[in-house]
Design a binder for this molecule. Structure first.
Ligand code: FES
Ligand code: FES
Length: 159
């Protein structure tokens, strides 16, 4: 059995003291030790994007990163998007534009979109489609996901 490593993960502005084996992925530790099960696991090898979180503001696939690499870094998960009972504009827009069916892919799409829009709120349609194509949805056909992100951009611009 591997030696365990003690580290502190800062997730959604809260510190979580965890003890991990070097082989443990960030996704597994977020879910199993921190209890934040909004980060979903699909393929577990970097293809589907359902585990997308923000690491120091960058969208990354949490199944491809080891938790030991994230000591002291700022992690954001879907649980950190809303403010109390107020949904983030992306969450409200996904709901209003029917951008989810089973919802399994949704946390990953939300975090991917949040990270991209924070860096580039005026992203072009073409670039937005390109970015969103990196995540997989088996239900929606993607059109409403693109529509929802576009509507959220407009809403965020009004705030
Ligand atoms: S579970 Fe991480 S990319 Fe699919
Ligand atoms: S809503 Fe079901 S996989 Fe995307």
């Amino acid at each position: 059995m591997s030696a365990r490593v003690n580290l502190t993960l800062n997730i959604n502005e809260r510190d979580y003291a965890v003890s991990v084996e070097p082989r443990h992925t960030l996704a597994d530790v977020i879910r199993d030790q921190c209890g934040l099960t909004g980060t979903h696991l699909g393929c577990e090898h970097g293809v589907c994007g359902s585990c997308t979180i923000l690491l120091d503001g960058e969208p990354v696939r949490a199944c491809l990163i080891f938790a030991v690499q994230c000591d002291g870094q700022e992690i954001r998960t879907v649980e950190g998007l809303s403010e109390g009972n107020e949904l983030h504009p992306l969450q409200a827009s996904f709901r209003d534009n029917h951008a989810l069916q089973c919802g399994y892919c949704t946390p990953g799409f939300l975090m991917l979109a949040a990270g991209i829009l924070e860096r580039n709120p005026s992203i072009s349609d073409e670039d937005l489609r390109d970015v969103l194509s990196s995540n997989i949805c088996r239900c929606t056909g993607y059109a409403n996901i693109v529509k929802a992100v576009r509507a959220a951009v407009a809403e965020m611009g009004r705030r």
